[in-house]
Ligand binder design. Structure first.
Ligand code: SAM
Length: 279
């Protein structure tokens, strides 16, 4: 019997038993870069290998996390968005997206989506939102956007603006595996005034290191793709890209005075980020 594409699951659900500790997983390697504890020796080994190529990898992960925080904050505070669909959520890391959104808008409704059972296993932390708001976790694959939309509609009103965030997700989905089609399907479902938030890896700043990193992930069985600024721009087709455009995540509305929002070290951050608004 084939499994349903989406599990609207509780952390004690069946996915918990499917954690594969024999090969590295993106969510767990990222957790290791962020200093988290929800990773395994195989993830740490790949993380260390990446750091031997680029010692700045944890710094890039932190800069990406802060991009998520700033973008979410601006969309909740300045754009007045009250609904959030975050695909490729990752292992809970405080502050999580719902904590940022609900600190400005306690009634914000947040749907998280990830396909890794380790995220499901820790999803409980994502479900502790405000009493006025809603948080929900779906275990699903971004490459099946129609199934995600079907489930998300139970929580979110797609006739009203939604902030769709695909943060550090799309570099795990190659163009030939449907990266653009999944974005197009999701964006098409959004109401005017909705926003798309994207960050993804690029080799524009440090081509050699990034290509070596991609090879290390590939050896661990993980597909990773780097995109140029122009290739990243294609994800925002039909949207108004907000200032300052598609830039390194560290340069997207940096808030150096806001308690650690500045990049915490020298050198480029090899992730582009941007926000587009649906007209
Ligand atoms: C690097 S983490 C980013 C976490 C978080 N968005 C952030 O930026 O801090 C990437 C996440 O995307 C998830 N992911 C990768 N491919 C996916 C797919 N096809 N469908 C759903 N999630 C996916 C991974 O499991 C992982 O949790």
């Amino acid at each position: 019997m084939t499994e349903p594409a989406v599990h609207r699951t509780h952390p004690t659900g069946p996915g918990v038993t499917r954690i594969d500790t024999t090969r590295p997983h993106p969510a767990r390697v990222y957790d290791w870069f962020l200093g988290g504890k929800d990773n395994y020796p195989v993830d740490e080994a790949l993380g260390k290998q990446i750091m031997s190529i680029d010692a700045g990898a944890p710094r890039a992960a932190r800069a990406n996390r802060r991009f998520m925080q700033r973008a979410t904050r601006r969309l909740a505070r300045e754009a007045g968005i009250r609904q959030f669909l975050d695909i490729g959520t990752g292992i809970p890391t405080e502050p999580n997206l719902h904590q940022i959104a609900q600190s400005f808008a306690p009634d914000a409704r947040v749907v998280y989506v990830d396909n890794d059972p380790i995220v499901l296993a820790h999803a409980e932390a994502l479900l502790r939102g405000t009493p006025e708001g809603v948080t929900e976790y779906l275990q699903a694959d971004a490459r099946e956007p129609a199934a995600i939309l079907e489930q998300a509609r139970r929580i979110l009103d797609f006739d009203r603006p939604v902030a769709l965030s695909l943060i550090a997700l799309l570099h795990f989905v190659a163009d030939e595996d449907g990266a653009h089609e999944l974005v197009d399907t999701l964006v098409e479902a959004l109401a005017p005034g909705s926003c798309l938030v994207v960050s993804a890896m690029t080799a524009d700043f440090e081509p050699e290191n990034v290509q070596r990193g991609i090879a290390a992930y590939a050896a661990g069985g993980v597909t990773l793709v780097a995109r140029s600024q122009a290739e990243m721009g294609r994800f925002f087709k039909g949207l108004e890209v907000l200032d300052p455009g598609v830039v390194s995540v560290a340069d997207w509305h940096p808030e150096p005075d806001a308690g650690g929002d500045a990049p915490d070290g020298p050198g480029p951050v090899s992730l582009y980020g941007g926000v587009g608004r649906k007209p």
